[in-house]
Design a protein around this ligand. Structure first.
Ligand SMILES: *Cc1c(COP(=O)(O)O)cnc(C)c1O
Length: 410
């Protein structure tokens, strides 16, 4: 509910519970909702009633997350069948339901802040729409969103309030963080974050790592687990994967797939953590120069990079290889992937050894990135029709803490 710790740091679980081994003997027969319930109850059972956890995970997973075999021991974990066609639906839907479970209309509304460069905003807007007692403020940089992405934020008369910021995505993230720590704002309303700085957005992302393992066993895969390749931006998915592994999930190793923004891969390979300005790539949801969840990962390994790079290997994939992977996968397997999934697949192909099984996270539906897909494969998508009601004008503010404060007080 706080989003950020009072000292500005990120919350982590005090201890990571381990799931008894017997669970994995039966996991192949379990569906995602039952798996999610077991894992969530281990993590949150002291704070949320089991019946509420059951309801929250059942509502979160209103769609399937299939594991699709491409051949040669390589599988795609399709995380994009939710309402906004990206994996962020999982975290947003779970977080919205947990917040609504704790919010109490007698104590006033909860204000939720989220900074977006595209996908988070739509998923959060969709996940929180019409949730009682919650008002959502979506900060997005001027000139970056597509028509479709913008229309996903504009829901006139709802509890979703898009705000255009005359600045960059990093400005939006900074402004949201500053607001969360502002004593005056905090005293007037409960204020929290729906970005992956909020641990509650990461917890439900663990469930699909377990579900992937269950499906791998169904496909005849080995109990030792797969090489898990993760297209990475702010490292929410990697954090969730590592937490799952710590809880006992068998994973052979993790592969981090950066695009040309190679901060994490460079840290793993050379030991130097050097945040820098992001450059624009075809996999733009991963154009992150300063990955926020790195602090959590370093904490999990007590700052020992050697221990971390033992289980995680890093790659940086340039745009030409991302497009090449999309083309090859379509030509060889008749399978369309989006540029983010393709980044994961390209890194996985570089890393996997004969006899191993590999799973990459397909984080967005290919139709969300039609220009890149058409460039790589020649396949075209029908343009999505946008409801004119969803083209509303949004407030536009300067990239300053004061301007945001004014908007939040309205
Ligand atoms: C957000 C996003 C990512 C990056 O995920 P992180 O958990 O921030 O590392 C990758 N692919 C897509 C499509 C995304 O929207």
């Amino acid at each position: 509910m706080r989003g950020l710790a009072p000292d500005g740091g990120l919350f982590m679980p005090e201890r990571i519970p381990v799931i008894p081994g017997a669970f994995f003997n039966n996991i192949a027969d379990m569906g995602i909702r039952d798996i999610a319930f077991v894992v969530a109850d281990r993590m949150l059972g002291n704070d949320i009633d089991s019946a509420d956890i059951r309801r929250i995970v059942n509502e979160t997973f209103s769609f399937d997350i299939p594991l699709v075999e491409l051949g040669g021991g390589i599988y795609s974990l399709e995380l994009f069948h939710g309402p906004t066609l990206a994996f962020k639906d999982v975290g947003a839907r779970f977080l919205a339901r947990v917040i609504s479970n704790f919010s109490d209309s007698r104590r006033g509304v909860v204000k939720v802040l989220v900074a977006t460069s595209g996908d988070s905003g739509g998923a959060v807007a969709h996940g929180f729409k019409d949730v009682k007692g919650v008002e959502v403020y979506v900060l997005y940089p001027h000139g970056v969103l597509s028509q479709l992405q913008r229309s996903q934020l504009c829901m006139p008369g709802s509890n979703i309030h898009p705000i255009e910021v005359l600045g960059t995505f990093d400005d939006c993230q900074r402004m949201a963080r500053e607001a969360l720590l502002d004593p005056e704002l905090r005293s007037s309303a409960a204020l929290t974050s729906a970005n992956s700085i909020n641990i509650c957005r990461l917890l439900p992302q663990m469930f699909y790592f377990f579900h992937a393992y269950a499906q791998l066993l169904q496909h005849g895969g080995a109990g030792e687990g797969a090489v898990m390749s993760i297209p990475a931006g702010n490292l929410g998915n990697l954090t969730a994967g590592l937490l799952s592994w710590r809880m006992g999930l068998p994973v052979k190793r993790f592969v981090v797939a950066n695009n040309a923004n190679s901060v994490t891969a460079d840290y793993l390979n050379h030991g130097e953590l050097r945040p820098r300005r992001a450059v624009r790539t075809v996999a733009r949801a991963m154009d992150v120069g300063h990955p926020t969840n790195m602090d959590r990962i370093i904490d999990m390994f007590d700052g020992e990079r050697g221990a971390l790079s033992h289980i995680v290997t890093g790659y940086s994939v340039p745009d030409t290889e991302i497009i090449g992977e999309m083309r090859r996968t379509h030509a060889d397997h008749g399978y369309l992937i989006d540029p983010h999934g393709a980044t994961g697949l390209a890194a996985l192909r570089s890393d996997i050894k004969p006899g191993e099984k590999g799973i990459f996270l397909a984080t967005a539906h290919p139709s969300k990135f039609p220009v890149a897909v058409t460039e790589a494969t020649g396949v075209r998508f029908e343009p999505v029709k946008i409801n004119p009601a969803h083209r509303m004008a949004t407030p536009r503010i300067s990239a300053s803490a004061d301007a945001l404060k004014k908007e939040l007080r309205r």
